[in-house]
Design a binder for this molecule. Structure first.
Ligand code: SAM
Length: 451
């Protein structure tokens, strides 16, 4: 039985794609290796969003093939995912030991190609990055017997691709046009997961709020995405629904109303802002203004007080002046995000922003990154401290990775809570009282409220 090891770079969609590929391979008779060195096949599932992620995967591959060669191991190695899609054959030209390059619409072909490579004794090379109709419906297998966490909480891919064409972003070229699965197909997958013990589902896509735009016309003022939320909400035994990532433009009244209407929809929202300056938002082709973004936050907080709001921000987009950056800082002070992922702008091939004038020097991007991080962390810490003494509902995911005597759960607003628990707590919804905070963690005491 050949064994495979998959290493994933990048976002939750990539994690999900890797899980589906692993599950498909297991179904075809492959075993999952515990380490790269012990594997017959190593696949790197890559990310292209920033140059750093690409360089990491390329260096990893160089190390892998170097070690395999020095230890005289005959290992099949391959790239899959976003960088495989954008670079294709070029990866093999650069690294001739690579056997397989598998694009983002071809994950489901991994087993077939690996069988071929294993049978051929590595004499062939396979590059497949072509588009494939209905490939969005092929990311559906799960590895629920993997970690304890995944059997309580699962990710479900609802669509592939992105039509937004933000000027900084490579995703439309690595993931293709938006293609949505059907609501029936997604609900069937969610039902199956719930029947196997899953209690929380996170719906995944590059821009989930665009789900079903072509296939599901507005129904009673509800977009395709909100129709999907309604359908998933009907599933008995499912306790919590989350989604990521949306686009600010997708927060119409129907979605805001869904937060108020659907009790299983958790009060947390990751809304990528990117910049607080209207001038930069326009150059980014984001399709909203600072004022509109603030209005969305206000509507959401009115519908669900206490909602956790997180965001993505890019610093040093071409042409970003000190004044533009100050506007991002002031917006963060105004919104008081619960957390923010900050990215230094990275020039991506064939994107409009890569050719824009006034590229911001690295020192300035780094300096802005530091300043913004400092502000975001200061606000986040204050927000965490405000939980001390409060009682919150958590869904217990399993033992903590760092300390098996501690259990970990998540609040509805998506904060991690650690507490002294045991196996009987796993998968339970329970109330804990928050006693103290750590770095992006709350520490709770279940005994106080669960007699
Ligand atoms: N749904 C998201 C949105 O509305 O923009 C897109 C998710 S994207 C894959 C994750 C994040 O990576 C983006 O929100 C953005 O902040 C960051 N990102 C994308 N392209 C980037 C680039 N060229 N340089 C730096 N950060 C980038």
């Amino acid at each position: 039985m050949p064994s495979v090891y998959i290493k994933t770079y990048g976002c939750q969609m990539n994690e999900r794609d890797s899980e589906a590929v692993a599950a498909q391979l297991v179904a075809k008779g492959y075993a999952l290796a515990k380490s790269e060195a012990a594997a017959d096949v190593v696949l790197l599932n890559t990310c292209s969003v920033r140059d750093l992620a690409e360089q990491k995967a390329i260096n990893k591959m160089k190390n892998l093939v170097g070690t395999a060669r020095s230890e005289k191991r005959d290992q099949i190695v391959g790239f899959m995912g976003c960088m495989a899609q954008s670079r294709g054959q070029e990866l093999i030209d650069k690294l001739p030991d690579v056997d397989l390059v598998l694009g983002t619409q071809k994950f489901h072909r991994a087993a077939e190609y690996l069988d071929e490579l294993l049978a051929g004794g590595r004499r062939t090379k396979i590059v497949d990055i072509a588009a494939e109709a209905r490939s969005e419906a092929t990311i559906r297998e799960h590895l629920l017997n993997g970690s304890a966490k995944t059997s309580v909480s699962a990710f479900v891919s609802i669509m592939q691709g992105c039509n937004q064409h933000c000027t900084f972003c490579i995703v439309p070229s690595t993931r293709g046009e938006e293609r949505s699965r059907t609501i029936d197909d997604i609900v069937a997958e969610c039902r199956e997961l719930v029947s196997r013990g899953v209690r929380e589902i996170t719906l995944l896509g590059q821009i989930v709020t665009s789900f079903g735009k072509r296939d599901y016309p507005l129904l009673d003022g509800k977009s395709g995405f909100v129709q999907l939320l309604d359908a998933v909400h009907e599933i008995e035994g499912l306790e919590r629904i989350r989604f990521t990532s949306p686009h600010p433009k997708g927060y119409g009244d129907d979605l805001v109303d869904a937060y108020a209407r659907l009790p299983k929809l958790c009060e947390s929202a990751h809304i990528p802002l990117q910049s607080g300056s209207d001038r930069i938002l326009k150059l980014m082709h984001r399709g909203y203004t600072r004022e509109k973004f603030l209005a969305i936050v206000e509507k959401l907080r009115r519908a669900k007080p206490g909602i956790g709001i997180t965001t993505d921000i890019i610093v040093g987009f071409p042409g970003e002046t000190g004044e533009d950056f100050e506007l991002t800082l002031s917006l963060c002070r105004e919104v008081q995000f619960d957390n923010a992922y900050i990215f230094k702008y990275s020039q991506r091939r064939d994107t409009p922003a890569a050719g824009m004038p006034d590229q911001v020097p690295l020192e300035i991007r780094e300096e802005r990154n530091e300043r913004l991080l400092h502000l975001v962390n200061e606000i986040a810490a204050r927000k965490y401290d405000a939980f001390i003494g409060r009682q919150v509902e958590i869904l217990v995911e399993g033992p903590s990775k760092k300390n098996a005597a501690r259990y970990t759960g998540r609040t509805r607003c998506n904060r991690i809570v650690l507490f002294d628990g045991s196996a009987r707590h796993q998968g339970q919804l329970m109330d804990v009282k928050i006693e103290r905070t750590g770095s992006f963690t709350l520490y709770g005491d279940p005994a106080v409220v669960n007699l």
